[in-house]
Design a protein around this ligand. Structure first.
Ligand code: SF4
Length: 254
């Protein structure tokens, strides 16, 4: 699927979320306004003002998001605002997307592309040792006896799973690499290692929640491949990982 199409889906769903809120509020207004009570009118006026304010704030957030992506320009002062808008509307966008028949993973994938693009246009330049590659345990071959979650250097590089190649890549580039068994360990690694940038590999679900968690550190998400189903013997496109690392090292497109 074309990257632009994937981004468009998420942005369209954000806009749909706003329209949905407009519809709900209009309906509530119509119901209560019929009662002609003075106190109702005051409450409704206050509610209307609150809603208009919310709509303007969220609408401006979507506008700045689209504007930043369209100009491929990072406006540092707006970053938090844009991310807060996305986080606020995301659950609703996800629900509406599912009502419209889109798969959850497809919507989350679209969110990841939007987030990645926001990081890329910010062009943060990070030295390799401050970049953390955060990979999931499910990449390891299930039969492998080596304790790579304790220390990834325990990997023997036998070639049966992508961990060996990831280790080689991280050594070549001079980045850190950790293998996490879940979200809790991923957060623990981030806290301990204090990276300035993260290349995160995971499924759509884990990447979405993880990327929302670490909003102060730039993260480029790489979705893993699941040829044998979720959570075991997964794969990853190493070129995508390398491209993400190079983005951070070179501070922009390579
Ligand atoms: S590449 Fe490393 S982690 Fe993967 S199966 Fe071989 S020794 Fe185990």
């Amino acid at each position: 699927m074309d990257d632009r199409v994937r981004k468009r889906l998420f942005i369209t769903l954000l806009a749909c979320s706003l329209l949905f809120l407009v519809f709900v509020f209009s309906f509530a207004w119509w119901l209560v306004a019929k009662q002609y009570l003075f106190v109702n009118q005051i409450i409704l006026t206050l509610a209307l003002m609150f809603f208009i304010l919310l709509f303007l704030i969220a609408g401006a957030g979507i506008f700045f998001l689209v504007f930043s992506l369209w100009r491929a320009q990072n406006y540092r002062i707006l970053n938090t605002y844009i991310h807060k808008t996305i986080d606020f509307l995301f659950p609703l966008a996800l629900t509406i997307g599912q009502w419209l028949g889109f798969e959850k993973d497809r919507i989350k994938n679209s969110y990841i592309q939007v987030s990645n693009q926001l990081v890329k246009i910010a062009r943060p330049q990070i030295s390799p040792e401050n970049i953390l590659i955060l990979a999931p345990h499910c990449l390891q071959r299930v039969q492998c006896p080596h304790k790579i979650t304790v220390d990834v250097n325990n990997c023997r590089g036998c070639g049966l799973c992508p961990v060996g190649d990831l280790l080689t890549l991280s050594r070549e580039k001079g980045t850190q690499l950790v293998i996490a068994t879940g979200g809790t360990f991923a957060r623990k690694f981030v806290k301990e290692r204090k990276p300035q940038a993260i290349v995160a590999i995971a499924c759509e679900r884990d990447l979405t929640s993880g990327m929302q968690d670490v909003d102060k550190i730039p993260v480029i998400g790489v979705v893993n491949e699941r040829p044998e189903g979720p959570c075991h013997n997964t794969r990853v496109n190493l070129c995508e990982v390398e491209r993400a690392i190079n983005y951070f090292i070179q501070g922009g497109e390579v």
